[in-house]
Design a protein around this ligand. Sequence first.
Ligand code: AMP
Length: 288
Amino acid sequence: MFQEDTVIHIINTIHEMQAYANRSMGRKKSIAFVPTMGFLHEGHLVLMREGRKRADILVVSIFVNPAQFAAGEDFDSYPRNLDRDLDLARKEKADVVFTPDRTHLYDDGFQTYVNLQKLPNHLCGISRPIFFQGVATVVTKLFNIVKPTVAIFGQKDYQQLAVIKRMVRDLNFDIEIIGVPTVREQDGLAMSSRNSYLTPEERPAAFSLFKSLNTAQRLCNEGIQDADQIIHQATAIIHSHKNTEIDYISICDPDTLEEVKTITNPVLMALAVKVGKTRLIDNMIVTP
Ligand code: AMP
């Protein structure tokens, strides 16, 4: 039905995915892997293009992972549109879209989780205590199923990328982890599947995350080194919009995510803000 270059395999079962990976390895074909929760946007597509360049075969997974959502979070309402996602993956020449069923990945007896000791104790891990356990566990499972040589993640989820890199090192996965810079809307808002929750009235407030990051860099350029002073200014920018609730604004060490008080080296500035009902995150490396 499709032209040869647009053939895409849609795989739903773990067994079939592992068999495909084993066949690929037998044929000496390397696999690049892009894990996603679907409702794809340009940010995901850039990851796919990076993967496409780095291996013979590109596998994209679409799985809204229940293990990383706490009760009361948006698991049920998380945006989903598989047909549209498949079209986009096809256009990016993905070879496989892996869409496992929730009950296949987590059966009734499931009881093994991957936990990191330190990195999750900062930033998003404070208000979302099970989030990184859920992420590390599902990524481990997906790595064992897809068997990639390289996996691509977005720097938009900076802490997640740090957790995966550390986990891969700690558990000796033979997989190269690549981080791709954040893809933004024209106004600077970091692309996210959750942006679809935003009303037009909420867009200026959503944009204030990026604005506050740029302001931080400007203040650093002016010689300000006091992190609290910068966080104070960023807070004012965000609070100048109604319906915003700051979860955290942090200036921290880019490797350990420990807070930094005086900026003498490049630091990570990261923030999470609720705009109306939508929780948004963003980050930037700020240099003195
Ligand atoms: P998600 O579907 O939100 O779980 O994201 C799947 C992957 O896409 C993760 O590695 C994210 O960091 C990455 N990603 C999401 N949004 C962006 C973006 N705006 N720019 C770059 N990567 C992104």
